[in-house]
Each structure stands twice: as structure tokens, then as C-alpha cells.
Design a protein around this ligand. Sequence first.
Ligand code: UDP
Length: 357
Amino acid sequence: MGLQYDTTAFDVSSSTEPSSVLVTGGAGYIGSHAVLALLEAGHRVTVVDTLVRGHRRAIDVLAAHGDVHFVEADCGDRGVVLPLLRERAIDTVLHFAAYCYVGESVQEPLKYYANNTGSSLRLLMAVADSDVSRFIFSSTCSTYGEPGEDRLPIGEDCPQRPINPYGRSKLLVEQALSGFAARRRAEGRRFACARLRYFNVAGSDPHCRVGEVHDPETHLVPICLQAAAGLRDSVTVFGTDYGTPDGTCIRDYVHVTDLVDAHLAAMAAIEPGGDHAWNVGTGRGTSVREILDSVRRVTGVDVPVEQGARRPGDPPSLYCDPSRIRDDLGWTARHQELDDIVRTAWDWMQSHPNGYD
Ligand code: UDP
């Protein structure tokens, strides 16, 4: 594709000129890190977040770092979003807002389809009536389902056959977004989109301004660190009988600030008519046991571990081939060492034992 960072195709190339950016889910874990980076790059930021899983205190922190206009609303609320897109002359949307727990999605599938798919479709319908020209969507490696051994590491052309409602809820949005982009292209309208397929995001802002706070917390790295901090008794390993070298699931852990950098790179590079899918990961597979080992090295605490049953919806092995995003955008994860990722998450937890409270 030969994309370049410094495109002149958009009037508002983020590498040179400030953009007006809508960040959905900007009070959440990844969204708040993205807002910080956008502010530091000089962009004008509007955040829409329901605060169901996002944090008002995160918005307070972000507002201290620049011009953030915050609206408490569902990103699918057309009556709120369309006037915002127009009045704030939004040219770029970074769409993070979503529920993100694989296990919960198996228990409550409709909640995932309604929120992740339904709200996204309504957001796109508002975008269709606006001058937004760039849309970056937070997709997921869960859309790949359970790739066979011969498909690892996962490239973007790996068939997308999700095995849980979370992955399906995101894949539907990818498909709708691609369909919309094709329509814009056919009409000669300026529009480009990127579907970023995140692998497992971990870590925190190195200055601990924002960090990972979920309630309930279900993600492996913060759960292990909570155990190390004495905030929970033990960690349950979900399945030790997978066909992986140590029997536990393998994932590709990418640092949140690296992931955010990928968004800024995509924003700057995509050109009208473009519709891109990029995997965002390190390319390195790490097992649950290896995470526990890293937590022991970083914290000095040997957390008590219990062996549990497999968690429904969990594929055994997901790690990516990140060469497409490297070749197209020049992006590679700067945090290659697992301990460095875990250390920033630990720093955040130690400085914010009660989250934002
Ligand atoms: N996991 C685990 N115990 C936990 C939480 C997670 O063994 O308390 C495992 C989970 O089964 C998966 C990996 O850790 O194999 C990463 O799970 P997480 O929920 O962090 O991210 P996901 O891969 O579901 O997006």
C-alpha cells in the first residue's frame, strides 16, 4: 500500500495540522490514553462516554492537560452526536467505546450486540450525515476466533470466524464500516477508515496520569497485580490443559501507549478512499504462566495461583504477525519486553490502589 505518514491528501493531516477529533469511550482505559496523546500532539478533542465503564475522574485528569470537551452520552445517541460532529467540525472519529469482556459476552450476548454493534451502527449513521473524513475503529483479535496452528502468527488475511459474542459484535462493525467506506468511495466522498485489530492491551501511562481501572476487573495482568498488591487472595488460571507448551492460553500483550501510537500513525496516513485492517500487537506470544512469572519478577511477590476450568469463549492461542502495520505505517511496538509492560501497570496500581478514587 505504500502509505506515508505525511499525506497531503487530507486538509487536516494530523502530522502537521491539528484535527478536531471525537473520541468515543475517552473516559475508559484505552480511550483516556488516546486523549492524552491527542492533546500532546495538539489536537482538539471531544469525548463522548456514558461513564458506565468510563471514569469521570479520568476526564478531570485529561482536562488538566488540554482542551477536552466532554459529553456524557451514548455514542449511538444521534440527537447528541450529530450536532457535536457538526458544531465542533469533527473530521476524525476514534471509536473506542465498547464492552470488552469475552466471558461476560458469553453470559450476556445481547448486551454486547446492543452496545458494541448497535451503538456503533447508530454512530456510523450520524457520521454518514456529517463531514467526518477519517474513522478509526477499535476491533479485536477476537474476530479471528480460533485460528489453526498453521495460521499462527495471525495475519490480517486470516479468516475472521469469531467464537464468542464479543468478537462477533466487533466483526459486524468492521463489516458495516467497510460497506460504508465503499459507498463513500463510490459517491466520490472523502472518507477513509482503519480497522485496528487489537491484541491484548496492558500497561499504563508512564507518568501514571491515567491507567487501567475496570470494575469488575477480569483482565489477566491487572488481576495478577491486584493479587500481588494484596487486593485479592489468588489468581485462577483458566485452563491448564490447552495444547500449548505449558498448557495455558497464549496471547500477544501490547503496551497501551504503543497501541495509541498506532492510532495516531493511522490517522496521519490514511487517505481518502482507504479502508485498512491492521493487526496491532508485538508478534510475541505469552502464556498465562509467563505473565505470572513476569509479575513475580516485577513485584517480587509470588502470587498464589489456583488451577481452574477453561473459560468459555477463550481460544488457546492468539498472537499476530505485525508486519503489515510495520510496512504500511512504520509502526512497531516500542515495548517489546513483557516486564516493561507489566512494570508500568504495577506503577499505576501502586500509585492508584483505589483506581481514580
Ligand atoms: N485469564 C486467566 N485468569 C484470569 C483472567 C484471565 O487465566 O483471572 C486468562 C484468560 O483465560 C486468557 C488470558 O488470561 O487466556 C487473557 O485474558 P484476558 O481476560 O486478560 O484477555 P482476553 O484474551 O480475554 O481479551
